[in-house]
Design a protein around this ligand. Structure first.
Ligand code: CUA
Length: 170
């Protein structure tokens, strides 16, 4: 088979471009530690209220032994619970989210908080909120007629205010 010289050059060039782009993607992902949510942990979505972790009394933020924080949250038509969440600024926080019914998503603009919440699985997001403020947390997977109204408030507050609110809660 005869391939014209110019054509051959372009074939080689286009392959090189494709590999270069794949290389850049891989280097960027490794460098910035970007990866898809990969926590494969199953749970029975129909009995969340009976589970130890996702029972209504245990939702919210908790301090771990290593000083980091853990937020336990339930997504259900149509809201995230707790509905009004207060978290400290600049602290590593691990979110653990389960759906009580159908597929939902959690998205908070200007943060790396963006995950699907698949019924039957626990979604995990590790993040640190860099700025104090009130941010809406939206559902970004169509989940029914009330999808547009499914959101909750995330209050990122200073460490001082956070500790104060903990004391008030006790
Ligand atoms: Cu939940 Cu859309």
């Amino acid at each position: 088979m005869h391939v014209d010289g110019t054509e051959k050059k372009w074939v080689i060039l286009s392959f090189m471009m494709a590999f270069a782009m794949m290389g850049i993607l891989a280097a960027y992902a490794i460098n910035k530690n970007i990866h898809p949510p990969s926590n494969v942990e199953t749970i029975d979505s129909t009995t969340l209220h009976l589970s130890e972790e996702f029972n209504e009394d245990n939702l919210g933020i908790e301090k771990e032994n290593d000083g980091s924080y853990r937020v336990t949250m339930v997504a259900a038509r149509y809201g995230f619970f707790p509905h009004d969440l207060k978290v400290p600024v600049g602290q590593p926080i691990k979110f653990r989210i389960a759906s009580a019914d159908v597929l939902h998503g959690v998205h908070t603009a200007n943060t790396n908080m963006n995950t699907m919440v698949v019924p039957g699985y626990i979604s995990e997001v590790n993040t640190t909120f860099p700025k104090v403020g009130r941010f809406p947390m939206y559902c970004n997977e169509y989940c029914g007629l009330g999808h547009d109204y499914m959101w909750s408030r995330l209050n990122v507050v200073s460490m001082e205010d956070f500790e104060k609110s903990l004391k008030e809660a006790d």
